[in-house]
Design a protein around this ligand. Structure first.
Ligand SMILES: [Zn+2]
Length: 102
């Protein structure tokens, strides 16, 4: 005898299957252009640019400025991160030394 629970379970499984099918259908992108050349994108406006352009910007004035600003803040962040680590390690070493001597 098929209980109500069974029916619900079956229905749920079916829905899950349908959802999965829909998701996989959505996930497969149609590859229209197959023989596309290797390229990279401007890190600001995502315009396709040549692979060897360094820094990775399209050469637009706006993008250049934006890239510059980002680069500066990135450098500052990196510096602060290393500074924080150094400070932490320094304090740790200090504590160890103090603990050993005291
Ligand atoms: Zn750009």
């Amino acid at each position: 005898m098929a209980s109500r629970k069974d029916t619900i379970l079956k229905a749920a499984k079916r829905t899950a299957k349908q959802a999965h099918a829909a998701a996989s259908k959505r996930g497969s992108k149609p590859r229209a252009r197959v023989g596309i050349e290797p390229h990279r994108h401007c890190s600001v406006c995502w315009k396709p640019i040549s692979l060897d352009s360094e820094p990775a910007i399209c050469g637009d004035d706006v993008c250049e400025k934006m890239f510059d600003r980002r680069e500066k803040s990135r450098k500052r962040f990196t510096f602060l991160m290393y500074f924080g680590i150094a400070l932490f390690v320094g304090l740790l070493a200090f504590q160890i030394i103090m603990g050993a001597s005291g």
